[in-house]
Design a binder for this molecule. Structure first.
Ligand code: HEC
Ligand code: HEC
Length: 421
């Protein structure tokens, strides 16, 4: 590997050889002076070539050498000029590729080829090895429940897909993207921000030194480079959203099955319990399992009856706008049900007419209403951080936007749902 004769190694070898020659020549001169201490006559007294030789053969020889070196310069400069842009692009690509490789290692978990047990941060454990989304075990603290006497609750928190994250945070216009505008780095900045500071109150930790995490800016930018390199095509990103809706429906169905099997287990235990104390304990389990069957059925009903707008809201928006949605688990008695849809979490409440205040206009769910259109612009494209939206909104830049991964019709459906919350 090291001995492979690349252009680079050849240059290194030539350089080493040149240095070696210089050392030998200097050494020889020094030693030869020592060995022959005999004095030489001064140079201005030493006879040199006569005029005939100087202006004839000697001059010609000097000129021949000059011609040779001029030719070398004349040939090499254009060759350099032709090759240099390619070398520069290759270097820039290589730079990018090495950043992506380092990012891949940081992202990986032990089931991935890029994994390195001294470097990897295991993002893939929560976000999925294909970055298509996953889940994380998390504990809701008594503090977060608002009752210091409550028990901590173990939940499974959904982690969003990252193979579409650049689309969601990229507020750059299509024209900017097509032109690969150099200033089109809004998504990069936002994702860097999230990774650096994490999401307080969720399993997403801060990874950057600035956020109290372990990694410097170089590492975070390597991760962002990796994420950029694995973004799905727009068509696949759209398909993934529909898959998430299908998964949600499947999850609602399986919750009922899980709750029913939990009840059967608890009943079996109750039937074989001998002591009074054990009976009482299993009775509590049976009651809880019965309740979770009711909750799971209600959830299944809700999903089955949900409009397309509600389902799309669930998979795209609820994690930021509905407290508890991300760890909703109706089959598990200990997990509290989510707050009313859209009542606010990381993003503000969208309920009880608050979006109609922000984007006014009636009829509320007619896509031609001016407020509806403004709300569409906001949800599809948003505005840059610190700029205004709606009547009194100021963008923080931290809301995801969906123009690139949802169709106009899908976003209209979501907005109709929101305007009636
Ligand atoms: C312990 C699990 C866990 C680990 C490890 C983890 N994340 Fe997250 N991450 C989450 C969860 C959960 C969320 C969603 C938080 C929420 O509900 O708002 C999230 C959110 C994000 C988001 C925001 C996405 C969006 O659309 O809002 C980004 C970007 C992200 N993570 C990147 C990373 C990177 C990069 C790593 C590795 C350096 C990483 N995460 C490691 C759990 C994790
Ligand atoms: C990553 C978290 C996140 C996701 C995902 C998200 N939002 Fe938001 N949303 C926010 C934040 C934060 C704000 C507050 C504005 C700001 O900070 O820029 C907001 C504001 C809004 C507002 C304006 C509310 C007001 O009264 O000012 C609307 C409407 C909205 N979101 C709709 C949606 C819809 C629809 C979706 C899904 C298609 C969605 N959001 C997904 C975080 C999110």
């Amino acid at each position: 590997m090291i001995l492979a004769l690349t252009f680079r190694t050849i240059l290194v070898i030539i350089n080493i050889a040149a240095v070696a020659v210089i050392v030998v020549v200097i050494g020889y001169k020094v030693l030869s002076v020592r060995r022959e201490p005999k004095e030489k006559s001064a140079q201005n007294l030493t006879p040199f070539l006569d005029d005939q030789e100087l202006e004839g053969g000697h001059l010609e020889r000097v000129l021949r050498w000059a011609l040779l070196f001029s030719t070398i310069v004349a040939v090499v400069l254009p060759v350099y000029w032709v090759l240099e842009p390619n070398r520069q692009t290759a270097e820039a690509d290589g730079f990018q590729k090495r950043a992506e490789e380092r990012g891949a290692t940081l992202f990986a978990n032990s089931s991935m080829p890029a994994y390195d047990n001294t470097k990897s941060l295991l993002c893939a454990d929560c976000h999925g090895t294909d970055a298509g989304g996953g889940s994380a075990s998390y504990t809701i603290t008594p503090d977060a429940i608002g009752n210091l006497k409550a028990r901590p609750i173990a939940v499974t928190w959904r982690a969003p897909a990252l193979n579409t994250v650049m689309y969601r945070f990229n507020e750059c216009t299509d024209a900017e993207l097509a032109a690969k505008a150099p200033n089109c780095t809004r998504a990069e900045q936002q994702v860097t921000q999230i990774i650096t500071y994490g999401r307080a109150g969720t399993p997403m930790p801060a990874w950057g030194v600035a956020g109290g995490g372990p990694k410097n800016e170089q590492a975070i930018s390597d991760i962002v480079a990796y994420l950029k390199s694995i973004q799905l095509s727009p068509a696949k990103a759209r398909a993934q959203v529909l898959q998430q809706v299908a998964d949600l429906k499947a999850q609602a169905k399986s919750a009922v099955a899980t709750a029913e099997s939990n009840l059967a287990d608890a009943q079996a235990k109750l039937a074989t319990a001998e002591t009074k104390k054990a009976k009482a304990a299993y009775q509590i389990e049976v009651d809880a399992a019965r309740e979770s069957i009711i909750n799971s059925r209600a959830f299944e009903q809700q999903i089955a009856n949900a409009s397309q707008g509600e389902l799309l809201f669930d998979v795209n928006c609820a994690r930021c706008h509905t407290k508890g949605w991300s760890y909703n688990d109706p089959a598990k008695p200990s997990v509290p049900p989510p707050a009313p849809a859209g009542s606010g979490a990381f993003g503000p409440s969208l309920r009880d007419g608050s979006v109609l205040e922000q984007f006014p206009g009636l009829p509320a769910d007619d896509p031609k209403t001016p407020g509806f259109q403004k709300q569409y612009d906001w949800v599809a494209n948003g505005v840059e951080a610190h700029k205004g939206y709606g009547v009194r909104g100021i963008s923080s830049g931290s809301m995801a936007h969906f123009g690139a991964i949802l169709t106009k019709q899908q976003i209209d459906e979501i907005i109709k749902y929101e305007r009636n919350l």
